[in-house]
Design a protein around this ligand. Structure first.
Ligand code: PLP
Length: 419
């Protein structure tokens, strides 16, 4: 379900031709569909309609303020993992009462900032962090609402770099220590334990890991209420998998049908931290072919986008479907590597893939790039970061302009003693 569709051999985003946008803004660029963003949000919202819930949009997936604002207008809160993301969420108009703050290395200034803004809760990842939040909140004369991020030791069957709920993982507090930490939190004057949090990984393609871990989490919730703690929120994290190529991803209601029955009779409000499932298929990266190149063993298609623009293929061996923006009649399929201009062998957008033969100047669409695409981009090789364009019906908005060379050196300084 998305709004990037071929009509008579030409790729459209909603009602606009991708090639027309490319002509205006140049390549490479990220292109998002507003309607796909909102329909994905609504699908998740409806799927979990049987329980009171908050969708805390995971800002790190796509953190452009326009996108976060779009989510806020749908009623979303935000899942933030840094002071910078909290700033973005607030700038975008997210209700602080719907913001949750995760991350295992929160600094004192980030904690103070979040307390001043009155966020919904901190997702606390260690005993020392708990102490620091207590100290800062007490000093400010407030109570910090907290959940403990519990590590349930669950294998989410995903890429090891995005598995976060295994006992070897740096994230969360082991389930075996959670009760004791909650009791500590209950006694401390600056803390108010209101929730339990988990986030077991990303790109999870099956509801079973969620079911297995939520059995553990809901048991913990019951034990805490026996101790007199008023746990009002169960935060099930994010990680719902999506389709990148031909794998089958459960739809939001399939996840919900498996998960909701476990949560319904807890009486808790469910928090979902959804990133990829909303943003992934709501965006593409558009790039131009620069050269075809025949190596000794391989054919290469050199394009103007690179690993600094989209790092997922290099970092996670992720496969992003690619196809020409304009289909050519009778084009021969070739096995190629699609590579960027960066001076690294790891700089590829795809390897050994079948692509219709392309010529210099042709546009290629790299699909499912709306999540962890621009957000993970960098200036490596002093490449300017690309623009982000949001389409709504027949309108296209530049929601981030292309960087200039001046942007590259902003903030840098040459000291006087360079001789
Ligand atoms: C990254 C992250 C998410 C979002 O994950 P998706 O796979 O994009 O849904 C949610 N919660 C936490 C704590 C995260 O770190």
């Amino acid at each position: 379900m998305n709004d990037f569709i071929y009509k008579t051999g030409t790729l459209y985003c909603e009602e606009l031709r991708v090639s027309d946008i490319a002509e205006k803004v140049g390549t490479p660029f990220y292109l998002y569909s507003k309607n796909t963003f909102t329909s994905h949000f609504n699908a998740v919202d409806q799927a979990f309609g049987d329980v009171p819930h908050i969708i805390a949009y995971s800002v790190k997936a796509n953190s452009n303020v326009a996108i976060v604002s779009l989510m806020a207008h749908q009623g979303a809160g935000a899942d933030v993992v840094s002071g910078g993301e909290l700033f973005r969420a607030l700038q975008a108009g997210v209700d602080p009462g719907k913001i949750v703050f995760a991350g295992l290395g929160k600094t004192a200034s980030e904690i103070e900032y979040a307390l001043k803004e009155g966020i919904l809760m901190f997702n606390v990842e260690s005993s020392q962090e708990l102490m620091l939040i207590n100290e800062i909140a007490s000093g400010m004369g407030v109570e910090a609402p907290i959940a403990l991020r519990v590590n349930p030791d669950i294998d989410p069957q995903t890429h090891p770099y995005v598995a976060t709920g295994l006992k070897q993982s740096k994230f969360g507090i082991p389930l075996s220590q959670a009760m004791a930490e909650y009791e500590v939190a209950q006694r401390l004057p600056g803390l108010n334990p209101v929730g339990i949090h988990q986030h077991i990984g990303s790109q999870i393609m099956d509801s079973a890991p969620f079911e297995n871990s939520l059995v553990k989490i809901t048991n913990l919730a019951r034990s805490l209420s026996v101790l007199g703690m008023d746990i009002k929120y169960i935060n099930i994290g994010g990680g719902f998998g999506i389709q990148y190529t031909d794998e089958e991803a459960p739809a939001p209601d399939q996840f919900a049908n498996a998960i909701v029955p476990l949560l319904k009779d807890t009486g808790c409000t469910v928090i979902l931290e959804v990133g990829r499932m909303i943003a992934g298929n709501a965006g593409i990266l558009v790039t131009s072919v620069l050269f075809n190149k025949q190596g000794e063993e391989k054919k290469f298609v050199v394009v103007d986008a690179a690993m600094n623009d989209l790092i997922r293929p290099s970092l996670y061996q992720a496969i992003h479907q690619k196809s020409p923006v304009a289909e050519r009649d009778g084009a021969e399929e070739l096995k190629v590597d699609v590579v960027g201009p960066i001076c690294e062998s790891g700089d590829f957008l795809g390897q050994d893939l079948n692509l219709p033969e392309v010529q210099p100047g042709d546009l290629l669409a790299v699909f499912t790039a709306g999540a962890y695409g621009f957000a993970m981009s960098s200036n490596y090789n002093s490449r300017t970061r690309v623009p982000e364009i949001l389409v709504s019906g027949r309108k296209a908005y530049v929601i981030r302009r292309r960087e200039t060379f001046e942007d590259l050196i902003r903030g840098e300084a040459i000291p006087d003693d360079m001789l």
